[in-house]
Design a binder for this molecule. Sequence first.
Ligand SMILES: CC(C)(COP(=O)(O)OP(=O)(O)OC[C@H]1O[C@@H](n2cnc3c(N)ncnc32)[C@H](O)[C@@H]1OP(=O)(O)O)[C@@H](O)C(=O)NCCC(=O)NCCS
Length: 328
Amino acid sequence: MQLQRVSIIGSGSYVPEKILSNSDLEKMVDTSDEWITTRTGIKERRIVEDGVSTSDLATRAALKALESAKVSPEQLDLIILGTATPDNLFPSTACYVHQKIAAVNASAFDISAACCGFVYSLTVGYKMVSSGASKNALIIAADALTKLTDYTDRATCVLFGDGAGAVVLQPHNQGHELLYSHLGADGSGTDLMILPAGASKMPASHKTVDERLHYIKLRGREVFKFAVIKMADLVIAAVKECSLTLDDVALIIPHQVNLRILESAAERLNISMDKIFVNIHKYGNTSAAATAIAFDEARNSGRLKKGDIVVLVAFGGGLTWGVNVIRW
Ligand SMILES: CC(C)(COP(=O)(O)OP(=O)(O)OC[C@H]1O[C@@H](n2cnc3c(N)ncnc32)[C@H](O)[C@@H]1OP(=O)(O)O)[C@@H](O)C(=O)NCCC(=O)NCCS
């Protein structure tokens, strides 16, 4: 089979208007702006209003991406949505987006890869377009983590925010080409980040609600170490696979998890923080959406110049990880 080259032809992102600042959190749990800022780099995050779900965020980002790509919903033949916070366990959140944008000719499915939802979905979409199975693919990453966050647990509630990002893929004609993707996982880390209750393993009951098991549980310190090493190793391996060097990379767009993780990874890579896109101070960790929002913001703020080598890299629950290399 003749594989085709693939381009990103448009992007969009959306975050809710409502801001939850560190000083707001100081009034809710025993924490401080100083602790949150120095330990995470986060100053504020966006949170959804009651009644708004992941598919609403996804739809907003999707419509912006379609507009920027000049593609209509009817032209889409594929929707892939990466999320850890689906509207429901089923049907897929991609099907809700399908309905909301009237993408009547598209197939639609979700990918569950936690914070790697965007790089996983982008990679699957890339392979679908590359093989000729799709000609107009909408790739979305969206999460409403704050709906599943325990606002009595200071160790997790300061970290998360909500949002969505999307891109449109087509067979390559000019610029913005996806050059390389790699995905990985380590199932021995399933307990490090988990939503214990509410699905088939531990169905909802009074007991699970009383024990607050419908909220995110996180072993942050262990994830921290994994993330620093993984981010650096993934970038090094990806540029090597593309016969490039770190000097050829104009910008790394990483999962926005913790500023200290990004700084430690930059140190391991021996590169300046100028080459690492950071917006965690504004949004916190928006899970799958983080890399997609960062990509869209990098593009809109003029950080991506024609011919630039851009590396998207993510790591998260599962454990999962992934990397994409783009020539802009
Ligand atoms: C969560 C994270 C910010 C915690 O930072 P840390 O430096 O590892 O802090 P620790 O967990 O070791 O906690 C240090 C102390 O701060 C306290 N603490 C935790 N959260 C706090 C908060 N919001 N405010 C004040 N103190 C807090 C802890 O109780 C602990 O106190 P102790 O020393 O008296 O026991 C950090 O580990 C992290 O970012 N991990 C990765 C995040 C992640 O997994 N994201 C999701 C997947 S990508």
